[in-house]
Design a protein. Structure first.
Length: 522
C-alpha cells in the first residue's frame, strides 16, 4: 500500500478557528514549519529555491498555520505551470495552449502578433528569432491571426507538445521535439533495452512528410519516464496526469518534479531499475513514519475545533543527499526512524520530574496541547510499571529519544548486572540502599497527669492495696437485716449499703469518677 499525504484533513480544517497549532507569530520564524511548507511545495513539482521561497512567503501571509498550509495545498496546476515548466499545456487562458485555443476559437485578438502566437506555442524569444523562415512565411501570408492560430493547432509541434504535457505534466524540450519531428515514417523502430525510439532515415528536409504524433503516443507506455511517474503516483501519491488524479480522487494538485524524474532516469540507466525502486520505497518509508507526528488529539488538551488530523511531511533534503560520486542516497539516520520516534516523548529528567520533547523533530508546528504520546512514564505509574516486570526477566530497557537509558536488573547475582548492580547506558552504577523499618512499634503516652485528681487517685490506689475486700464483703453480708425492719431508717440503710458497694444507680458524681478512670486506662 502506498503513502499519500492526507490533503483531506488539511483542506477540511477550519483555518480561522482556534486549534492546537502554534501562533503564526511563532510559526513564521520556525525552521520546522518551513520544512513542512517546503514539503508541500515540492509535492507540486516545484524545486527551484527562488520559486519555493516566493510561494512560502506568500503562504505565510495567512493568520494561522493551518491557513498557510492551505494556501499551498490550494494552488492549482494552472497557477504553478510556469514554475513546473509546463507552460504550454498547464497554463491558464493567458498563455500557452489554452490561450492559443481561445484565439483560434475567435477570441479577442486585438493587438495580438505572430510573435505572440509563437510564444503561445511555448517558444522563447531566442527560439522565435532563430526561426526566420517560419516567421517570414507567416508574416508574408494574408491569413488572419485567427487563421494562423488554427494552423498552429493543426501542426505536428502542437500535437507533440500536447502529448508531453498530458502525459508528463511538462513541456517538451527543443531536442525532444526535433527528435520526433525529424522522423520520416512509421517504419521507425523502438529499442526496448534503451527505451528510445530509433529513427531509420531522418532528414530535416523531409520531416514534414510524416507526423510523428501517433508514433510518440504509441511509445509513451514503454518509456522509462512513464514507468517512474506511475510508481511515484502509486507509491507516494504524486500524480502526473489528470487520469491519475481522478482515479485517486485527489482534491489537491500534485506533480512529480521534473528534476527528480530526470535523476531517477539517470539512476535507472547507471544503476538499474532496482535502484529506482529502492529510492521510491525508501521515500515512502520515511514519509509514512513521519506521518505519525500529527494533530491527532492524544495530548493533554484540544482547543477550539480539536484534533484536525493534519500531519508531518518531510522535504526532500531531510530524506536524501548526494555522495561524492553524485549518487542520490537516503539519509540513513532518517530512514532508521520509526513512527514511534516521531511521537513526542515524556521522559523523567534529573532536574525536573517530567520533561517533554517532540520526538524526531524538536521544532514543529504543533502546540504543546496536541502531542501524540506513546507509552508515557510519570511518577504516578512508574512503580506500577516496574512491578509488572516478570520474575524471569533479567533486563528491561526503555529507549526514549534524548533520555538516558536505565537498565533494571533482578537480583539473580548473575553476570548480567544482577544482584543489585544496576547501571545506566553510560556505565554509571546505581546502588540501592535499604533500611529495615518497624511500622508497628509499641506506643505509650508521653503526657503525665500532674493534676490534684491524679495525686488523690494515686494515694487512694496505694491505700486500697492494704484493704481485704473479701472480709469486708463478708461483714456486710452478715449484718442483721431484721433490726432495721421496714422503717425509713432501714431503707436508708439498705440504700447506703448498695451505694457503698457500688451497686446503686450511677449518680453524676459516680459517673464522673468512672469516666475519669476509664480515660486513664487507654
Amino acid at each position: 500500500m502506498g503513502y499519500t499525504y492526507d490533503y483531506d484533513a488539511l483542506l477540511d480544517a477550519d483555518k480561522d478557528a482556534a486549534s492546537n497549532f502554534k501562533d503564526m507569530s511563532v510559526l513564521k520564524d520556525s525552521a520546522g514549519f518551513d520544512n513542512v511548507l517546503t514539503g508541500l511545495v515540492e509535492n507540486l513539482g516545484i524545486t527551484d529555491a527562488n520559486d519555493q521561497t516566493a510561494l512560502i512567503n506568500a503562504a505565510k501571509t495567512a493568520n494561522t498555520g493551518i491557513g498557510a498550509m492551505q494556501n499551498i495545498a490550494n494552488l492549482t496546476g494552472e497557477e504553478t505551470a510556469e514554475m513546473r515548466n509546463d507552460v504550454f499545456g498547464g497554463s491558464d487562458a493567458t498563455q500557452g495552449k489554452s490561450w492559443l485555443d481561445s484565439i483560434a476559437a475567435g477570441g479577442d485578438a486585438t493587438g495580438v502578433t505572430i510573435e505572440d502566437l509563437y510564444r503561445g506555442m511555448g517558444r522563447t524569444d531566442a527560439e522565435i528569432a532563430e526561426d526566420t523562415a517560419g516567421l517570414g512565411y507567416w508574416k508574408s501570408s494574408d491569413l488572419s491571426i485567427q487563421d494562423i492560430a488554427k494552423s498552429f493547432q493543426a501542426s505536428e509541434e502542437y500535437g507533440l507538445k500536447e502529448l508531453y504535457s498530458d502525459h508528463f505534466n511538462r513541456d517538451a524540450s527543443m531536442d525532444e521535439l526535433k527528435y520526433w519531428m525529424e522522423h520520416t515514417g512509421p517504419d521507425t523502430g523502438y529499442d526496448h533495452e534503451t527505451h528510445q525510439s530509433v529513427a531509420t532515415g531522418t532528414s530535416a528536409d523531409t520531416h514534414k512528410a510524416y507526423d510523428a504524433t501517433e508514433l510518440l503516443k504509441s511509445s509513451l507506455a514503454e518509456q522509462q519516464e512513464t514507468d517512474i511517474r506511475s510508481k511515484l503516483s502509486a507509491e507516494l501519491g504524486i500524480h502526473s496526469t489528470d487520469t491519475q488524479r481522478t482515479e485517486a480522487g485527489a482534491r489537491a494538485f500534485t506533480d512529480a518534479a521534473e528534476s527528480e524524474v530526470n535523476m531517477l532516469i539517470d539512476k535507472w540507466n547507471n544503476e538499474g531499475k532496482a535502484a529506482v525502486e529502492t529510492y521510491i520505497n525508501n521515500k515512502k518509508a520515511m514519509q509514512t513514519a513521519a506521518q505519525a507526528q500529527g494533530d491527532y488529539g492524544q495530548g493533554t488538551a484540544n482547543e477550539g475545533q480539536g484534533a484536525t488530523g493534519i500531519h508531518r511531511i518531510l522535504r526532500q533534503s531531510e530524506m536524501f543527499g548526494e555522495n561524492d560520486a553524485g549518487k542520490t542516497l537516503a539519509n540513513d539516520a532518517r530512514l532508521a526512524l520509526t513512527a514511534d520516534d516521531y511521537k513526542p516523548q515524556q521522559t523523567i529528567g534529573s532536574e525536573q520530574l517530567i520533561s517533554t520533547t517532540t520526538g524526531a523533530d524538536t521544532d514543529t508546528h504543533y502546540g504543546d496541547t496536541t502531542k501524540t504520546y506513546g507509552t508515557t512514564t510519570s511518577w504516578d505509574n512508574v512503580w506500577e510499571l516496574l512491578n509488572k516486570l516478570p520474575d524471569t526477566t533479567t533486563t528491561r530497557t526503555e529507549t526514549i529519544p534524548g533520555a538516558k537509558k536505565i537498565i533494571i536488573d533482578d537480583d539473580d547475582g548473575g553476570t548480567d548486572g544482577g544482584g543489585g548492580d544496576n547501571t545506566t547506558d553510560d556505565g554509571t552504577t546505581i546502588t540501592a540502599n535499604t533500611t529495615d523499618v518497624d511500622y508497628d512499634p509499641a506506643l505509650s503516652s508521653d503526657v503525665q497527669d500532674q493534676s490534684d485528681y491524679g495525686k488523690a487517685k494515686d494515694k487512694f490506689d496505694d491505700t486500697a492495696e492494704g484493704i481485704d475486700t473479701t472480709a469486708r464483703a463478708d461483714q456486710l453480708l452478715s449484718a442483721d437485716y431484721s433490726k432495721a425492719g421496714r422503717s425509713a431508717k432501714g431503707v436508708r440503710l439498705k440504700r447506703s449499703k448498695k451505694f457503698k458497694s457500688g451497686e446503686s444507680a450511677l449518680g453524676t458524681k459516680q459517673l464522673s469518677r468512672q469516666l475519669q478512670i476509664k480515660s486513664l486506662n487507654i
